[in-house]
Design a protein around this ligand. Structure first.
Ligand SMILES: Cc1cc2nc3c(=O)[nH]c(=O)nc-3n(C[C@H](O)[C@H](O)[C@H](O)COP(=O)(O)O)c2cc1C
Length: 100
């Protein structure tokens, strides 16, 4: 992915898995994330353990915020999202090659 490092934006948040969601369905999220994020030029990491998600989204600010606010936050499969880091980077550029 080619990206102007001046525009790289990171959003890191944590949330809690909804009780009704089976742990086996967590993989479904990765499938749609891989597909959609590639089209949006967003990379990142999604971690899940003991009912807690931690996700780092990296990409253009407008695209990252739109995905987070319009899609991810409205998803009933998790709740109590809390943004831990929301920051644009001018010089530091942690480029994650593939969605993980
Ligand atoms: C913890 C969590 C993380 C998610 N991360 C992403 C993501 O990075 N990209 C994405 O497109 N959808 C993500 N989703 C799913 C979205 O909320 C939404 O279901 C999806 O974007 C809808 O797209 P689709 O109709 O193509 O599946 C996530 C959902 C949860 C619960």
């Amino acid at each position: 992915m080619k990206m102007d490092s001046n525009k790289v934006y990171h959003l890191l948040y944590r949330s809690f898995k909804s009780d009704y969601l089976d742990e086996n369905q967590v993989g479904d999220i990765i499938v749609s994330a891989r597909r959609n994020n590639t089209l949006l030029e967003i990379t990142g990491i999604l971690m899940y353990r003991d009912k807690i998600y931690v996700q780092l989204l990296e990409g253009y600010k407008n695209k990252v915020l739109k995905l987070y606010e319009k899609n991810i936050c409205k998803d009933k499969r998790h709740h109590d999202q809390k943004v831990l880091v929301s920051k644009g980077f001018k010089h530091v550029f942690l480029k994650i090659g593939a969605w993980g």
